[in-house]
Design a protein around this ligand. Sequence first.
Ligand code: HEM
Length: 492
Amino acid sequence: MLTLATLTVFLALCLPYVYYISKARTRKRLPLPPGPRPWPIFGNIFDVPADKPWVTYRAWSEKYGKPRHYVFLGDVLIYASILDLMEGRSKLYADRRWMVMDELLGWKWNLGLMPYGTEWRIKRRAFHQHFNQQAVKQYHSIQTRETRRFLKRAATMCSGDNTLDRDIVSQTYAATILNIIYGMRIQDFSDEFISLSRRAVESVNNSRMPGRFWVEYFPWLRYLPSWVPVSSARKFADEYKYFVDASHNKAFDALRDDFDNIAAAPSIAQKFIRNLSNRPQDPQHCKQDEQVARDVTGVAYGAAVDTQFAATSYFLLAMMSYPDVQQRAQEELDTVVGAGRLPTMEDIDSLPFIQAILLEVLRWLPILPLGIAHSVLEDDEYKGYRIPAGTVIVANTWAMLQDPVEYRNPEVFNPDRFLRDGALNPDVRSPVAAFGYGRRQDCSICPGRHLANDALSLMIASILYVFNVEPNEDVSQETTTGFFSYAFVLRM
Ligand code: HEM
């Protein structure tokens, strides 16, 4: 006979299930979020703007969304100002969807593009081990050496017509990361490794813009041979595949194949390889570990160069446009660093205005204006709308960091917004959204941000200590459109 206790246990077990089913049913009845009306078959393919889409997306969010929040494009949801989904429910929104172009280009090993799951977690953990806040301190000497080498090269270059070649900025970040990851000491800046990762990342920059390739909407197009006019995706992939593969494997293979002979400087790859050879284990595990080592070093090499280059280009643009800010920073440097020596990493904590300039650079013109797209793991409900599992989530980071409610006169470059009584003001929202969303170790935030913050602070302090960045009418102040955004300006 059914006792009362058994019945209670039975009900207790069933209730969550009943609740889940009824909630799922209600969700299915909810409307999708608003957006421009889709065409039959083509959906919203013709609506996606080619130039600076983040500006159009914000306008749409204001037009269609509940107060400037979001807009829905077929199966892509674009956020303009809410952070609570990405921050509050970050596990649910941590997934990513492969794009067809990722596969055609050979990016499927890339931690930054792959879906959430075991492989992603293992690589993320391995990455974090070498780039957490504490670990990055061991790279300060490399960052300092390369920044000083940059100053010398820039001084030589600028002694002519005051023009700074943009390549020397990206070469600096390439030389730094190659030394950190593979122990390489770059002497000749025309070395293939200096430009490899840039060419590889160029493929992401051009292929990850929404609407760039029709193959994302009609995947069967990938099977057409590359000479067919509409199969531009194949042609594009054929052009870039070599760079993606070489930036992933070449330096790692060189180090592994000649490990005993290379007087290898300490490096992340060296640590990985040493661990592999010290650990007797079955060949299958060994292969997996080597793959993780190869992928983690490859992704750091690819992710570090263009990001830091782009932020530096915006810093230079800001200094050209706001000479008063530059002058105040130089006064701070004169007081704290004084004459006769260059700024060091140890000075940065005593330079709040320099720190505020970096925060404002990241906020003013975010280098990844639409972040890296995520997707939803399960059906969700938000403010009365249904967000189906698998929906691609694009955060309009640019719109969030240009939100006038959060940041007054957001289009003005004003480091003072981050300061109070001469120190960083903890009450102002930090522009951490430039690095993604979520808390600390969470899955949706850039794991290279500590390295980047240190490098950029020292670069900013060093440039302002040595040079005056001057406005120049001949230099375009335009910013690029793409997955990355950066300024063309470079003149000191
Ligand atoms: C100013 C510099 C940088 C900015 C603004 C930046 C920004 C970002 C953003 C927005 C994401 C996407 C986060 C998400 O939504 O999931 C990301 C991911 C990533 N970044 Fe950065 N980043 C910078 C520098 C770096 C550097 C120097 C490294 C390498 C040392 C790096 C490595 C990565 C990696 C590996 C990911 C993928 C993480 C994952 O998916 O788990 N980043 N970054």
